[in-house]
Ligand binder design. Structure first.
Ligand code: UN1
Length: 528
């Protein structure tokens, strides 16, 4: 693994400062030294909550401060979102789509700056930061088309001269609670779809990445204003779990809560929302595997595993965490993976050629080290990596690890949000699928094979049990056009493309009787 610190220099005081144009980028995005974390159509002058400092994992330095939203202000903000909904739902859907089209274009114009801010605030490499903004742009485009396609159905009525139909109506304010690892895209999937559906959005971003959320909201705000949209169509509430998160979960003015994060946290949110019989859309932990068959193109498989396991420093919910290899190609595959890991450049994620930046914070580094310790205790063999890197601009840089392990070990069963790849051996495609499915999560999966029968088995009802199953393509990097989400403890939610929009609307079944009689369904005669 090659480490690099170019692009980052030590200042006279010993602290680290960037040479790069982050200052200009922050300015272009309207990020001030201190920012309001509350927006309900206006930026709140006094959001009422404690201050929060966003620092960059790249060099450990503060980027800017944010004043968070208090519980009381959060309640008022939800009220504003509800008021805006009552107006927004009356806008014709294609007109709402036109606003979203303009938001997508505004993101196009700021893709480079936003991508850099994502990279700087959470540590993923710049191409991935820009890729994330591209997801926002893509889902906006998708939503524009969708705004003319909320098709209902016409169903045959069993009664003469009756028409039975199904239509879709706006639902209400949607709570969107997002994680640090996709600080813009996950909001984008939810917000762009919600907007065209006629819903409003209350966004609680991760406290690790409030500046990206503020920058995204500022861009959207300009478009909303230019179009005279009701104030509060998009709201932002940067704040803690108590002040903001649990209020969104508890508030029955919010009929749908989308939550992305760990299974443990998701379970709590889901229980709270369920208590008031609200709806949730859960995107929780993954424990994604790539299966390499004896009939795989090994070169392709290894390259894919590299992006899947090391991309975003192992901090995607779709990260490849397990590599299940057929015994006949096991040694060769593992040898190639370890060799490829040796060439990964780790360093400043804004620098061209770097493939892995830092982990998001100290807790993440500690968790990675604790997981590796558990693996060693269980008898696992670390084949490469797994070390804290010294002489880096912050203490958050690690080398990605490849570890020989056993699927049933508790640590392999858990999602550790870090670049640890567990390699496991299988004797057949059936055994490999069984190993892959023998975890509690069910997000993403992939099989490398050139054998049609193996591929079809993997995609069949007795194949992968995950929400995403790919052949000769990796576990991460899903396109927005499909429904994104997973089964089992991943939470069952589906966001983004396909017909995921249906969750953001309410379905209404209607019968219109245009006869002169009053026939009852099921042929019931009542009092005549
Ligand atoms: C996440 O990690 O929360 O499929 C989402 C992917 C991305 C989204 C990941 N498009 O890897």
């Amino acid at each position: 693994m090659k480490a690099t610190t170019a692009g980052i220099r030590r200042t006279a005081g010993g602290s680290l400062k960037t040479d790069d144009p982050m200052k200009d980028i922050l300015q272009a995005l309207g990020i001030a030294p201190v920012n309001s974390g509350g927006y309900d159509g206006e930026w709140m002058k006094d959001p009422g909550g404690p201050g929060l400092e966003s620092s960059s994992p790249v060099d450990g330095n503060a980027i800017a401060a944010v004043t968070t939203v208090s519980g009381e202000r959060c309640d008022a903000l939800i009220g504003q979102s509800r008021d805006a909904f009552l107006k927004w739902r009356d806008w014709p859907a294609p007109k709402r789509g036109e606003v979203v089209r303009q938001i997508g274009n505004a993101f196009r114009q700021h893709k480079r700056e936003l991508g850099a801010l994502v990279s700087w605030e959470m540590g993923k490499i710049r191409p991935e930061g820009e890729g994330e903004i591209q997801e926002v742009i893509d889902i906006a485009d998708f939503a524009v088309g969708l705004s003319r396609q909320f098709h209902g159905r016409v169903m045959p009525s069993e009664r003469p001269d009756h028409r039975m139909t199904e239509s879709w109506h706006p639902l209400g304010p949607v709570g969107v609670i997002t994680a640090f690892n996709f600080p813009a895209a996950v909001w984008g999937w939810n917000a762009m779809i919600a907007l065209v559906c006629g819903d409003t959005v209350v966004w609680k971003p991760s406290s690790q990445t409030p500046l990206t959320a503020i920058a995204c909201t500022r861009i959207a705000d300009r478009v909303l204003r230019e179009n005279g949209c009701p104030a509060g169509v998009l709201c932002l509430a940067v704040g803690g779990g108590e002040a903001v998160g649990s209020r969104i979960a508890c508030d029955s003015r919010i009929p749908l809560v989308s939550f992305t994060g760990s299974t443990a946290q998701g379970r709590r949110v889901s229980e709270t929302v369920a208590k008031r019989l609200g709806r949730t859309l859960l995107e929780l932990g993954g424990n994604n595997a790539v299966i390499v068959s004896e009939r795989a193109d090994l070169e392709m498989a290894v390259r894919t595993v590299l992006f899947g396991a090391v991309g975003t420093a192992g901090q995607r919910c779709t990260t490849t965490r397990r590599l299940i290899v057929h015994k006949s190609v096991y040694d060769e595959t593992v040898r190639r993976v370890v060799r490829a890991y040796g060439k990964i450049r780790i360093g400043n994620p804004l620098e061209a050629g770097v493939l892995m930046g830092p982990l998001v914070n100290r807790g993440a580094v500690e968790e990675m080290m604790a997981a590796l310790e558990q693996v060693r205790t269980a008898g696992g063999r670390v084949l490469c990596g797994g070390e804290r890197l010294r002489d880096m601009p912050s203490d958050l840089y690690v080398s990605p690890a490849v570890v020989e392990a056993s699927n049933e070990w508790p640590i392999v069963q858990a999602e550790t949000f870090a670049p640890i790849l567990y390699v496991l051996k299988a004797g057949s495609i059936e055994e490999a699928i069984a190993i892959q499915n023998a975890v509690s999560q069910g997000l993403s999966s992939s099989l490398f094979t050139l054998d049609l029968r193996e591929a079809e088995l993997f995609l069949s009802g007795r194949g992968s049990d995950c929400g995403i199953a790919n052949v000769n393509a990796g576990t991460s990097g899903a396109e927005i056009g499909g429904a994104f989400g997973g089964e089992k403890e991943t939470g069952g939610g589906r966001e983004s493309g396909s017909d995921a929009w249906k969750q953001y609307m309410r379905r209404q079944t209607s019968v219109v009787n245009w006869s002169k009689d009053l026939p009852l369904a099921q042929g019931i005669r009542f009092g005549d």
